[in-house]
Design a protein around this ligand. Structure first.
Ligand code: GDP
Ligand code: MN
Length: 381
């Protein structure tokens, strides 16, 4: 789950990371009022779950409340990478301007199985380009979770950022705070881009991004409540509420599978036979008929889907239950998209019997099923 900039920065502040004073507003009139309270010189920032807002025109400086209101009029309602801006963050401008922008993040390095601090003196809006063209400007150190962030590590990074010695302590405290924030909130990413050195010689987090590990939300009630459902694609929200793991992709073969590993395998086999999966979908173990129905509805709501491949390996999940779900789904959504079904394992035979009469292409092996789905999608063209 991703947080908004304003939410991330508030969490940073709870851990002593300095952030600008600011407030979230949803109307241009409200922006004018807040801009006035903040002294007039503010930044108007679109709050949407995507980077590159600056380049898209979603971050604007204003020197008085009137301009701030006008900027907000332009930004509220704007479309940034398919997301509609519904609120803006009004922040006080960095005092004395910006002398330097650095990139600072803490994330999980899966290969090393450790959290990692990543920093670059070339922070700001072009960080992706920096990573691609001049990777030597990106510095990393791993955190030993039993020791935490050590001062020799932050000294190394502060030096690499080109900070004078007077800033090292302040930088150390920011990294320690950011790590506490990362750990305490079960984050998989906390990112500050830019962390700026202001004209007054202070370090400050001007932007904030945080991703929370969904598996921790049961014990992060406060964060769970920060979820902004407006930022989620409709199909993914519906899947989440039904307890289905669903990720939309760009292909034309909809896949419904039980188990994440089998879902990956199914996608691989579809690709092997020249097809492109339209989605990743794991209905999980012991899926009930109503979940199966929701899953099929989700798959068919994608206009790109030209064939559906259902691959169920029955264990806890029972073939007859899945078959009933398929029939229930077909009653809800009328479709002439061809469907290929492969049921194996627990109650597969019962399942196939239930499906008799429904217009289904059946298959015994996965490669057979995948080939039939690819052929059916081609036939649909
Ligand atoms: P992003 O483009 O989505 O990453 O949005 P950011 O919050 O990083 O803002 C983009 C850019 O706007 C930053 O890199 C800064 O250069 C600039 N910016 C943001 N806040 C301020 C501010 O308070 N003062 C000034 N002068 N520039 C700012
Ligand atoms: Mn940024």
């Amino acid at each position: 789950m991703n947080l908004h900039e304003y939410q991330a920065k508030r969490l940073f502040a709870e851990h002593g990371v300095p952030i600008p004073q600011g407030q979230v507003v949803t109307t241009p009139k409200g922006v004018r009022e807040i801009a006035r309270e903040l002294g007039g010189r503010v930044v108007v920032k679109a709050q949407v779950h995507t980077g590159g807002r600056g380049k898209a025109g979603g971050v604007k400086l204003a020197h008085d409340p009137d301009t701030a209101e006008k900027q907000a009029e332009a930004i509220l309602g704007m479309d940034i990478k398919g997301l509609t801006v519904r609120k803006v963050l009004i922040d006080q401008q960095a005092a004395g301007g910006i002398a330097q922008e650095i990139y600072l993040a803490i994330l999980i390095d899966r290969a090393a199985r450790k959290p990692m601090i990543m920093a670059s003196p070339a922070g700001g809006m072009d960080i992706e380009q920096v990573a691609e063209e001049t990777p030597e400007k990106i510095f990393t150190v791993h955190i030993d979770t039993t020791l935490g962030v050590r001062s020799y590590q932050t000294t190394y990074l502060a030096h690499a950022m080109g900070f004078p010695k007077e800033l090292w302590r302040e930088f150390h405290n920011i990294v320690v705070g950011l790590y506490a924030c990362f750990k305490g909130n079960d984050a998989s990413l906390t990112e500050v881009n830019p962390l700026v050195l202001t004209g007054e010689g202070k370090l400050m987090a001007l932007d904030g991004k945080m991703s929370i590990d969904d598996n921790s939300l049961f014990r992060q009630q406060r964060l769970a409540e920060m979820r902004d459902v407006d930022e989620e694609p409709v199909s993914e929200r519906e899947a989440r509420l039904a307890g289905i793991n669903f990720i939309k992709l760009d292909g034309n073969i909809g896949c419904m599978v039980n188990g994440a590993g089998l879902a990956m395998t199914t996608m691989d086999v579809v690709k092997l036979f020249g097809g492109e999966p339209a989605n990743f979908l794991d209905i999980g173990g012991g899926a009930r008929a109503d979940q199966v129905a929701t899953a099929i509805k989700l798959i068919l709501s994608d206009p790109n889907v030209e064939a559906v491949l259902i691959n169920i390996f029955g264990g806890i999940t029972r073939g007859d239950e899945v078959a009933r779900g398929i029939l229930a789904a077909l009653e809800l959504v009328q479709t002439n998209v061809p469907m290929v079904v492969r049921l194996a394992g627990t109650n597969a035979q019962e399942g196939l019997e239930i499906l008799q009469g429904a217009e289904m292409i059946t298959a015994v092996t996965l490669s057979d099923a995948a080939q039939k789905a690819v052929a059916a999608a081609k036939g649909a063209k």
